[in-house]
Design a protein around this ligand. Structure first.
Ligand SMILES: NC(=O)c1ccc[n+]([C@@H]2O[C@H](COP(=O)([O-])OP(=O)(O)OC[C@H]3O[C@@H](n4cnc5c(N)ncnc54)[C@H](O)[C@@H]3O)[C@@H](O)[C@H]2O)c1
Length: 452
């Protein structure tokens, strides 16, 4: 190999073995699977034509990514704000149909699938209507705006044969897959606690987005935008900053925590709602009229395992999920996952012996060393394993997983039941915060109940 071409990536691979190699201590650079190789030969008959509903901050990113995928084509976009019709055409780069009425996309015979990227309070209606119209659906996270909405969406999926993928893209990342492998191999021993943390500290991170300067009732269908939310005079700030209010959004829980919870469900291989949630928080930093907390801490119970979550818009901290067990920690942050081993045994005589009289302490220490000291040269070396990926966009594999399922009719990685469970954790966190009470999910009645 030419020395100049011996990159850091090649070095890491050469020094630690290829990604996916069996469990060895060291550091490995992960690469996303070559997802698109098969797609490059997509037959014209397998082309998927999709329409998108909602071309805002996230919808524009979804559209930009989706139109780059082989065998996938956007033919129409719906948005209540006309400025986003122009944006959709700019992104697609050729004429597409645009409309304010999403039902026109559902009626169109040339559309196979719908991408839904409207604010949370509109998810249920668009998804239920799209399934009823026979479309496959990719819906943004959090799947639902309430537990009842989620139940209706799951019921709609279950009584149809439509593909539904929910858009918490972490479940399609190679890093998540590696974390899942490591956990399944039992590297951390018996799992006894999960901790998830994330914090931001800037106006944009706290959703204080600038409304589009030309926004007005002339170019936005404001009444329809409000949907089932209480009637309110045109408010460009509600339009741009809807996450701040419970009427439209699901707060830091639905905006941020849902990614952590979805990742945790995937890595742990579970698909269930938490049994209980107990939350605290408040509006400490952004007193701008919002009603959703900017600091939100939650203690969940999943099965028998406590899961502690700390979310803040008042102080920036990295996004980290730590799985803790009897043999060490598995820490998942951004584009890396790291296992740090722990022996779980004493490595020196117990400091409790400091409370023994001198003669007794000496005898205890001698006996301890005789029993525990390793043969020289055979000392234990703690194992550490880390995997890092380039900071790549996991939206692409997540969308690809959806479009491949649309073609193959095989299950997606994150169906409505999975998305419902992740969203339920968010609703329970919010209900507990607002009710100032511990809550539990009652599957039989489909309600979040306060418990003492
Ligand atoms: N997966 C992620 O990482 C990620 C990131 C950001 C946002 N999101 C999710 O994406 C969704 C959209 O968020 P956003 O930040 O793009 O919001 P946004 O306000 O920027 O865009 C939403 C768009 O939907 C349009 N819209 C609203 N109701 C509509 C209706 N009934 N018919 C047609 N158009 C309608 C609005 O006019 C607006 O242009 C949210 O659910 C959000 O949680 C996901």
């Amino acid at each position: 190999m030419n020395k100049a071409n011996f990159s850091r990536r090649a070095f890491l691979r050469a020094s630690a073995g290829a990604a996916g190699a069996s469990l060895v201590a060291g550091s490995t650079l992960l690469e996303p699977a070559p997802l698109f190789a098969a797609g490059q030969t997509v037959a014209p008959s397998d082309r998927i034509r999709f329409g998108i509903v909602g071309v805002g901050m996230e919808g524009s990113g979804l559209l930009t990514t989706a139109v780059q995928l082989p065998g996938v084509e956007c033919v129409a976009a719906a948005d209540l704000y006309d400025g986003r019709h122009d944006l959709a055409k700019e992104i697609v780069g050729r004429p597409i149909r645009t409309t304010r009425r999403y039902k026109e996309l559902l009626d169109a015979k040339d559309i196979d699938a719908i991408i839904v990227a409207v604010p949370d309070h509109w998810h249920k209606q668009v998804v239920v209507d799209a399934i009823a119209a026979g479309k496959d659906v990719y819906c943004e996270k959090p799947m639902s705006h309430s537990a009842a909405d989620g139940m209706a969406m799951v019921a709609a999926q279950k009584k149809s044969d439509r593909i539904v993928q929910i858009g918490a893209q972490r479940t399609s990342s190679v890093v998540s897959a590696k974390a899942k492998d490591l956990l399944a191999q039992g590297v951390i021993g018996d799992l006894n606690l999960v901790e998830m943390t994330f914090g931001r500290n800037d106006p944009t991170g706290a959703w204080e987005y600038p409304p589009p300067p030309d926004l007005s009732p002339a170019n936005l269908d404001w009444d329809t935008w409000l949907g089932t939310a209480p009637k309110k005079a045109f408010d460009p700030y509600a339009f741009a900053r809807w996450r701040c209010w419970r009427e439209y959004g699901t707060g830091v829980a639905g905006d941020l925590m849902v990614h952590l919870i979805s990742g945790m469900q995937f890595v742990m291989g579970i698909n269930e709602a938490p049994r209980q949630a107990s939350a605290m928080g408040g509006i400490y930093r952004w007193k701008d009229g919002r009603n959703m907390p900017d600091v939100h801490t939650v203690l969940f119970q999943y099965g028998e395992i406590p899961v502690y979550v700390r979310l803040s818009l008042g102080c920036a901290t990295p996004e980290v999920t730590t799985f803790m067990g009897s043999k060490g920690t598995l820490e998942y942050r951004g584009s890396s996952v790291k296992f740090s081993a722990q022996q779980g045994v004493d490595v020196s005589p117990s400091y409790y012996s400091g409370s023994f009289p001198a003669k007794m302490r000496k005898e205890y220490e001698q006996a301890w060393h005789a029993e525990h000291d390793p043969v020289p040269g055979k000392e234990t070396v703690d194992q550490g394993i880390s995997y890092t990926s380039d900071d790549y966009d996991d939206l692409k594999p997540h969308l690809w997983n959806f479009f491949q399922s649309v073609r193959s009719r095989k299950p997606v990685v994150q169906d409505a039941v999975f998305g419902h469970h992740a969203a339920l954790a968010c609703h329970m966190a919010n209900e507990s915060y607002f009710r100032k009470s511990r809550v539990a999910w009652d599957e039989a009645t489909g309600e979040i109940k306060s418990i003492s």
